[in-house]
Write a protein that binds this ligand. Structure first.
Ligand code: TNX
Length: 517
């Protein structure tokens, strides 16, 4: 209890909850199962070691990641070494003995008075367990400078695994360019909530953001501006590969998007021959949509698309190439279908799987093996999606009125748009991805994604303000079993994240719906 001298004398103010989580169950996203051990805690000693599965380089990498994170704030040495056969102290990351329920991405965490043991079937599972451990340590663990501790973890057992395989975030680097450092920072932050895909919207009317060697003006000219007329920018292939590698170390897979046939003014401005009339339009720095189209009747267009997709596939280890396909209102429907029917095989020809916005699901566009349609509408049934699903497509759900991080929270939010409505935290949280769209059973849902379009989003601070706290809400919908879904419990767990965000320097939106710690 803190005593403050108020105008009428001393006022008792209840102190903030203790810095460490009260219970091993108090994490975001909610775990599939957790059994607290009442009264048991583990305190990280200054001489603690991190022990990793002997013989596994991937487990050693996760151990190194954890040790590096903990060293910053604890100041402890935390040497990483191969685990003994039965670890009895420190923090161990093991690839043996996990409850089989954890599957490929899950983990089991056991916290006793003497040790922390994370067990999983894969290094990916260990990484997810490490994110849980991070959240169970006091918020100060996120400090980049040494803090006093003590570094206490609540005792018990967590057995956890995701509901959906795909838990995504999207960053639009086309409307406003965002440099490599910003993307890396976003990757760090989404990983804390067990998000495992980052979709990069690499091209749009206002900018082309990735070097394509065969078509160099895409980046140098098409990337030279952005919404509002600023300088824009683009990633070299080395920079893109650096992002991909950084993400991979955090078990995040990059999904690159080249939007087509609409949303292509930057490309059309860069190469006159891509236009049906052979005339390059000027660069565009406004925020309208639906006015541009690749020339679907020119053979050269398909050479262009094949070159772009081939070069992009060569620097993308992940399974998906996202080809957009949204808002092609300047492409006649028949031409749109003919275009997609030629482009989808170009994607599969690179060895990748097609991903696209849900318009691609329309019956005139053929199925492509394993393809994923991303739903961004505002209703709860869509014929293009059900058609695609009936042919075997999987669905990623990004309903614009629930999952769009660029929608304003309310009418006084200074950033963002409101065409799909206002999205307060509860609105972002209160929907069930497994039963959201009519005719789309849970078995057809690959997962969820929270897109952040950047017409109005310019800086890292803007990204943080729109993503936090809604991104963790979408992350929980993607990870946690529906049986754990409970707004009143979620808002308390979410509120307890605030001290962590403060230490991390995240300027989040203090929604009045959440009891912030
Ligand atoms: C719609 S959603 C778009 C984007 C805009 C966004 C703004 C989708 C596939 N297309 O081009 O940036 O709305 O919220």
């Amino acid at each position: 209890v803190l005593l403050l001298a108020g105008g009428t004398g001393l006022v008792a103010v209840t102190s903030a909850p203790p810095a460490s989580a009260a219970s091993i169950a108090d994490i975001v996203p909610a775990p599939a199962s957790a059994q607290p051990s009442a009264g048991v805690t583990y305190t990280l000693p200054s001489g603690a070691g991190v022990f990793t599965q002997a013989g596994s380089a991937a487990a050693a990498d996760v151990g190194a990641y954890l040790a590096a994170l903990l060293r910053r704030s604890t100041g402890y040495a935390l040497p990483v070494s191969p685990a003994p056969s039965s670890p009895s102290s420190g923090i161990s990351l093991l690839l043996t003995g996990a409850d089989p329920a954890v599957g490929a991405q899950g983990y089991q965490l056991d916290v006793t008075a003497t040790s922390v043991i994370i067990r999983a079937q894969t290094a990916n599972g260990l990484f997810n367990g490490v994110q849980t451990l991070r959240q169970l340590l006091p918020a100060d663990v996120e400090s980049t400078t040494v803090r006093p501790g003590p570094w206490v973890v609540p005792g018990g057992r967590v057995v956890d695994h995701p509901r959906f395989a795909y838990r995504g975030a999207m960053l639009d680097v086309a409307r406003h360019f965002h440099p490599v450092a910003t993307v890396k920072q976003y990757i760090d932050r989404i990983a804390l909530y067990k998000i495992n895909y980052l979709h990069l919207h690499l091209s749009d009317d206002q900018g082309w953001r990735i070097v394509i060697d065969g078509w160099p003006r895409l980046a140098t000219y098409g990337g030279s501006t952005q919404v509002g007329g600023g300088a824009g920018g683009y990633y070299t292939k080395a920079q893109y590969q650096d992002i991909v590698a950084y993400a991979a170390q955090r078990y995040v897979t990059i999904v690159p998007e080249i939007d087509m046939p609409g949303h292509t003014n930057a490309a059309l401005a860069s190469y006159a021959e891509l236009n049906c009339d052979g005339v390059a339009p000027p660069l565009y720095t406004g925020t309208n949509v639906g006015f541009s189209s690749l020339c679907t009747t020119k053979e050269n267009t398909y050479t262009f698309v094949a070159n772009v997709l081939t070069e992009l596939a060569a620097i993308t280890p992940g399974p998906y190439l996202h080809i957009g396909g949204d808002e092609a209102s300047s492409t006649p429907a028949a031409q749109y279908a003919a275009f997609m029917n030629r482009v989808q095989p170009l994607v599969t020809g690179t060895g990748k799987t097609v991903m696209g916005w849900h318009q691609m699901g329309m019956s005139a566009v053929n199925h492509s093996p394993g393809r994923v349609v991303q739903y961004w509408g505002t209703t709860t049934s869509d014929s293009a999606v059900t058609t695609a699903v009936s042919r075997g497509a999987k669905v990623v759900l990004s309903p614009a009125n629930k999952a769009y991080l660029d929608m304003k929270y309310n009418s006084s939010t200074p950033l963002g748009l409101n065409w799909a409505g206002y999205i307060e935290v509860q609105t972002a949280y209160e929907w069930n991805p497994g039963a959201y769209l009519g005719g789309v059973p849970e078995s057809a849902v690959l997962g969820v994604e929270a897109p952040l379009w950047t017409e109005t989003i310019v800086t890292e601070d803007h990204i943080e303000y729109m993503a936090f706290p809604r991104l963790p809400a979408i992350a929980e919908l993607g990870w946690s079993p529906w049986s754990t879904h409970d707004w009143n419990a979620f808002r308390v767990r979410l509120g307890a994240q605030a001290p962590r965000w403060t230490v991390m320097g995240i300027g989040f939106y203090r929604s009045t719906q959440v009891p912030w710690s």
